[in-house]
Design a protein around this ligand. Structure first.
Ligand code: SF4
Length: 456
């Protein structure tokens, strides 16, 4: 089965699962209420978005310069930067570090790029113990699932589901409420933090001029992960760089209000290599910069703006497609509208082209994006590129060839309405789907009406 067929099958199954949809709708409704409140902090939201979009544009257009500046800054502080152009390189480099520091236990905070390189699976296969420490990630990891949403990985589960899962895994009570479940997980993890050899985190921003890494989180788990372990590995996509620490006065509140509807996220850490004269100095600070297809997107002058995404997840929450089919249906690490834009560039047209067509192009994603990414128009550009790459079926080509011929000929345009309706149905019966009423062609064409009225 092709990825497109799998997508359609999964979507078909989920849109009729009312219980599942209710959970998603309830969670998104909570987000929406908080989001409105979060935005109240802005006296001029549009100006803030313009500024954020400009900084991200400047960085994307000069990514080579900023990345080299970041690398030099990290090295100056005594850390190491490793460039990984693909998943295999990243995994090998991480394995080498683990061997060098003789790691056995790893604590990890939430990071989508780690999902991208399948880090947990890789490290566990090597016999290492890896613990997710973000509550949502912990839950989906325990369930053996991928994150459902880039900000709220366990959005698709309610308290009952989680209690049942944690009852099986860590003997939580089946009647536990959210606070009790969080407490159970906290107790489970405390020990792991204290005994971890390596802390792995992602990065929300890489600060070019200082070589520091900015990490934003609500639980304090990332802070514990990189504080206790002697070795800190940061794994980040190359697009995460920003020019200076001053840019965070814009991005901290922006990420908070668009991501979760908060004014500011609970913990914002700016971390780098420990100073040589610190008691606990080990010199073990690594930043692994992941390309993994991002350069392909960077090469697309029209769509490269998508690299400016700050992964706030707001476009997912407003997308009617995401709301109906949920995150897992996409079967991509980054799902929703922005994932549909980037996946064909980073992971290949063949496998993920259908995602660019899975959108009504309503533009809600573009309207909400804090860094003003022209998301729905990038989907249209993707569609154009997919067609230009010849990645369409023979049947589709024949349909459009015949359609064009008919449209260019007045006689066929004025043919009887029943034949037109018949032809339309033949052409589009598969793509239109079974559940939508097929549109009917008007009894008379515009040309016929004109002639009747004006006689020419
Ligand atoms: S594309 Fe924009 S709205 Fe969507 S996750 Fe990225 S920054 Fe947020």
């Amino acid at each position: 089965m092709s990825t497109q067929e799998e997508f359609l099958q999964a979507a078909e199954a989920i849109v009729f699962d009312l219980d599942y949809r209710k959970r998603i709708t309830d969670n998104i409704a909570n987000y929406e209420a908080a989001f409105v409140k979060g935005l109240e902090q802005y006296s001029n939201l549009e100006l803030a978005r313009e500024r954020a979009a400009f900084i991200k544009w400047k960085v994307t257009e000069n990514l080579d310069k900023y990345l080299i500046e970041f690398e030099a800054s990290v090295m100056r502080r005594g850390g190491k930067v490793i460039w990984a152009h693909d998943v295999e390189t990243a995994q090998n480099e991480i394995e080498q570090i683990m061997n060098r520091v003789q790691a056995k236990t790893i604590v990890k905070s939430k990071s989508m790029v780690c999902e991208e390189i399948e880090l947990n699976k890789f490290l566990r296969k090597k016999g290492l113990s890896v613990y997710e420490t973000d509550l949502g990630e912990y839950i989906v990891d325990m369930a053996g699932e991928a994150p459902f949403h880039i900000v709220t990985p366990a959005m698709h589960k309610n308290t009952k589901d989680i209690a049942k899962l944690l009852n099986e895994k860590i003997s939580s009570s089946l009647d536990a409420d959210a606070a009790e479940l969080s407490n159970d997980v906290r107790n489970e993890l405390r020990d792991k933090f204290l005994n971890a050899d390596v802390g792995i985190t992602g990065a929300n921003f890489l600060i070019a001029d200082s070589g520091m890494v900015s990490i934003t989180e609500n639980e304090g788990n990332a802070r514990l992960a990189f504080t206790f372990a002697k070795t800190h590995i940061v794994i980040a996509g190359i697009e995460k760089v920003i020019p200076t620490v001053n840019d965070l006065d814009l991005f901290f509140p922006m990420l908070a209000s668009y991501g979760t509807g908060q004014k500011i996220t609970a913990y914002n850490s700016i971390v780098g290599p420990r100073n040589n004269d610190d008691d606990d100095y080990t010199g073990n600070f690594f930043v692994i910069l992941i390309d993994n297809g991002r350069s392909n997107l960077l090469a697309q002058a029209e769509q490269r703006q998508a690299l400016g995404c700050i992964k706030c997840g707001a476009c997912l929450n407003v997308c009617p497609v995401f709301k109906n089919i949920g995150g897992h249906t996409y079967d991509t690490v980054y799902n929703g509208p922005i994932g549909s834009v980037t996946s064909i560039h980073t992971n290949g047209i063949k496998e993920f082209k259908h995602l660019s067509f899975a959108s009504p192009l309503c533009g809600k994603c573009t309207d909400i994006c804090p860094v003003k990414i022209d998301i729905h128009n990038h989907l249209v550009r993707n569609r154009r590129d997919i067609i230009n790459a010849g990645d369409t079926t023979g049947g589709e080509k024949l349909v459009w060839f015949t359609w064009k011929k008919m449209m260019q000929n007045r006689k066929t345009m004025n043919k009887g309405v029943s034949i037109k309706n018949f032809m339309l149905k033949q052409f589009f019966k598969t793509s239109w789907g079974e559940r939508r009423e097929f549109p009917k062609v008007a009894e008379k064409s515009f040309n016929q009406l004109w002639r009747e009225r004006f006689g020419q």
